[in-house]
Design a protein around this ligand. Sequence first.
Ligand SMILES: [Zn+2]
Ligand SMILES: [Zn+2]
Length: 118
Amino acid sequence: MSPPSDDEFENMPPSENVDDVPTVSCSRCNREWNLDYELDELKLGNQSVEQFALDHRRHTGHFPDDVTPWVATCRQCPDGEQFLSEGAARRWARTHARHTTHEVTLEHAGEATILNAE
Ligand SMILES: [Zn+2]
Ligand SMILES: [Zn+2]
């Protein structure tokens, strides 16, 4: 049993969804991007939109259109973060509450939940 060679990897069918390069637009920047760089250079596949959104926020301070982030905001101190997945946001909130005993509000698509320290 040998591990697959590079040739075999190259012969594997390309991942799905590549025919149709996804695009992301941002009304704040008034620009639109296609994600061929994320797909071809970074090999991110289905995560390319998510990665683009995180990169966009890292470099511009805001998310592009059609992204609904999970927003964790501490009710007692200026700390807070935005995430694209509920799991990551809850982990942040729980960790912050655990270490500081602060209450953290978790908001997503207009719904807010308050997390307490246990
Ligand atoms: Zn933008
Ligand atoms: Zn806090």
